[in-house]
Structure formats: C-alpha cells, structure tokens
Design a protein around this ligand. Structure first.
Ligand SMILES: [Zn+2]
Length: 426
C-alpha cells in the first residue's frame, strides 16, 4: 500500500476517534471538533514538508510546493460535520488531497504547480445557518451582513464575534481578503462520498460529476375546492381538492418520465401532501389540500420546461375539477455546471486505470459550486458510499477511496489538467 493510502487510513480512524460523539461523530463548524480535525490533518501534512496557511476566516491550506509556484491546484472539502454525522462526509475529500501529497513527497516528486490540501470551514455549519461560509470566505465573497447578522444558534454570538474569539480576522473577511486569487487557481477538485445510492446501484466505485443541480421550489401550494357530503354530492357537482392534487402529482411525474426518456436530468418531489386535519373527514369530499414541490435539475432549460408544464397542468386540472390551485411563493437556485475539461481529464485517467465510473449530477449542494460560480475550473469526484450521508452509518470502502485517488493521481500527470485555461463558470 502506498504511504498516502496508509496515511489516509490512519487519519480516517484518528478523526473518528478524536471527534466521536456516539452515535457517530460531531465536528461543529468553528467549534472544538472542527479544530481538532484541522490540527490533525495539518500535523500530518507538515510531517512531510507541506506549509500550513490559514486565511482570514480560518480556512486551512496545506501547500506542497510545485515546479510553478505562481499557480495552485486545490484538492479538498470541508472538515465540519452535522451533529452525529458519519466518518466520511467532507473528510474523504481532504484526506484524498493529503494522500496525493504524501505519495508525491514519498517519491520525491514535485507537483507541476503548488498543490494545496484545502480544509474549508463551515459547510454543514450547524451553529451558523448560512450556506458555504468556508468557500465564500476563501474566495472573499461572503456577504458582510452574514458576519454580523448570522448568530450562533445556541448562545446568539455573531459569526464575527465568534471568529474574533478564535483568533481569526473577521475584518479581513469583511474586506474580502483571500489567500488565493481565483486566477491563480488552476483547479478546485472536491472528492466527496456520494450521498445517494446511485454508484452502489450501478456497481461503480467513482462518479464524475457534471454539475450541481439547481432547483425550483414551491413550499405552499394551496388547492382549494369545497367540502361536501361523500354520499350525497353527485360527481359533477364536486370540487375535490384531493383529486386535483393527486392529478397534479401524477401529471408532474408523467412529465418526469417523458423528460427522462429524452435523457434530461430532473427530480420531482411533492414532500408534503396534506388535507386539513381540523376540517377533513372520512365522509367528506376534501375541500382543501396543501402541497409542496421541489424540482431539481442540472439543466436550466429542463427546470424551465418543468415549470411551464406545472403551470399548464395546474390550470388544466383546476378547470377540469372545479378547484383553484394557487402555487404560492416560488424560490429557485440555478444549476452550476462543473468543468467539462477537468471531467474529461478524469474520465481518461479512469479509463487508463481500468476504473469504472458513472457520469452524474450532484443532487446536493457543495462548496464546489462556489468555486465554479467564481470562475475557477472546478471538478467533483464522487466515491461510492452506502447508507447515504449525514448519519453515523456512512460506509465507504477503502478500495473505492483508492480507486478515486488513482484517478486523481493519473490525472495529475496529464498536462491538460494544468494547462492554463480561462474562466469557465456561469
Ligand atoms: Zn459534505
């Protein structure tokens, strides 16, 4: 086994032991567990000669000097966890970067440019409810209002006060201070366990991620008909909100079928389907139904088509069933495509190594989205994992970690990985 792989095994165990909080592990962002993880990883990297750099927000870069010191490849993820999380979410990305460096160092080889293991803060962020604090601060993009406005969930301390207390530099964060300029970053590569069973189902160890899905969401769809006697009311006189809602669900799933048949990426989920317990009854036609709808896709035009269909379905069903359908407030996020060039480079590396891959979008959000949106060429490698994530039962086999690492190692030797490329993001 290579020294890097042995080191990763040792650190997976050490992190699980040092941050144990049964069941599972807890590494609260900007709390003790996250700091323990940062320190353990830094100590291991410094042992083979990597330099430790900390930015204004406490993100950590462990830098192995490369031939070209004016550019850097970042490999990493976050080291915080949810409460009682598993051993691999976030950690796998950081330890893969570390294993890559350790093997290069053991072989006495220099990477083509600086290679920095990137330990981002606060991705799960259970104390401070805001998205991607670590990657936004790393790029100098955190909205200053978040520093003072987002307060620690248990004691009300602001993020700025809390950072200050830990010895970081919230004023620097406010000014958008950053350790690397986006133009210096050749690639941000985030290896991560898959959080769904697609790779397990496909029998593939590694996923090549096309992009991070965007969403269109309606959390308060109100279907309003009329309550009526179930035995006495003739069919033609009913305004059945339950029937209307069921049709909407069925028609949106039929759309999903149709778009999937075209090779489109989409998920359609009605997560809440509820009649009103205060008014509904066994012998009543339902007069009201609450629904919420979460549609996600890696493709902006697919989301647009799904939304048009939603509106036309709702109008048609309302007409046919004599109800009103109010879709209510809408929120959305745009899909974030990742670098096709980096993905092609990883695909070629996997093929050369005989490693099976699945090309797939990420349904969940990741720090990679922040880097991609900032114009940094960005890639994600998914590692097969059983039992989902954000729970103590995350299960990644070492062999699958090794397979993803082999892809990364082979890709690093490919000159196209470090070829200077322009900003690629949306
Ligand atoms: Zn994660």
């Amino acid at each position: 086994m290579s020294p890097g792989r042995a080191l990763a095994r040792r650190l997976f165990r050490a992190l699980a032991e040092h941050t144990a909080d049964p069941p599972g592990v807890t590494r609260v962002a900007y709390g003790l567990g996250e700091q323990v993880a940062h320190d353990l990883v830094a100590e291991a990297a410094q042992a083979f000669g990597a330099e430790k750099r900390i930015d204004a927000a406490g993100n950590q870069f462990l830098v192995l000097a490369g031939e070209d010191r004016s550019r850097v490849i970042l490999v990493g993820s976050h080291l915080d966890s949810v409460l009682h999380g598993g051993d691999y979410d976030g950690v796998a990305g950081v330890l893969m970067g570390l294993a890559l460096q350790a093997d290069l160092a053991a072989q006495g080889r220099m990477p083509p440019c600086d290679l920095a293991v990137t330990c981002l803060r606060a991705e799960e962020s259970c104390w401070f409810p805001d998205s991607y604090i670590g990657s936004k601060t790393a790029l100098g993009l955190l909205d200053p209002d978040v520093l003072d406005g987002v307060r620690r969930s248990d004691d009300g301390t602001s993020l700025a006060q809390h950072m200050e207390r830990l010895g970081f530099d919230p004023d620097g964060v406010r000014r958008g201070k950053r350790h690397y300029e986006p133009e210096e970053i050749v690639a941000f590569i985030e290896p991560h366990i898959e959080q769904a069973p697609a790779l397990v189902e496909a029998g593939m160890p590694v996923g090549l991620v096309t992009g991070i899905r965007g969403s269109v969401r309606y959390r308060q769809i109100a279907v309003t008909g009329a309550y009526a006697h179930s035995g006495a009311t003739p069919r033609a006189l009913r305004h059945d909100a339950g029937l209307a809602g069921a049709r909407l669900i069925t028609e949106m799933h039929a759309l999903w079928d149709a778009l999937e048949a075209e090779g489109r990426d989409l998920t359609v989920t009605f997560g809440e389907i509820a009649t009103d317990p205060a008014q509904h009854g066994f012998s009543k036609v339902p007069g009201h139904l609450h629904l919420c709808l979460d549609m996600r896709s890696a493709e902006a035009d697919t989301l647009e088509r799904a939304e048009q269909k939603l509106r036309s379905c709702a109008a048609g069903i309302a007409e046919a069933t004599g109800v009103t359908i109010d879709l209510g407030p809408r929120t959305d996020s745009s899909p974030t495509p990742l670098s096709p060039e980096l993905r092609a480079c990883f695909a070629a590396a996997a093929e050369a190594q005989g490693i099976g891959t699945l090309t797939m979008p990420s349904g969940a959000g990741h720090d990679a989205a922040t880097f991609a949106k900032a114009g940094v060429p960005t890639a994600m490698l998914f590692i097969r994992n059983r039992n989902g994530s954000h729970n103590p039962d995350e299960a990644m086999d070492d062999a699958d970690f090794d397979a993803a690492l082999a892809v990364l190692e082979t890709a690093l030797d490919d000159p196209s990985l470090t070829a200077r490329r322009g900003a690629e993001a949306a």
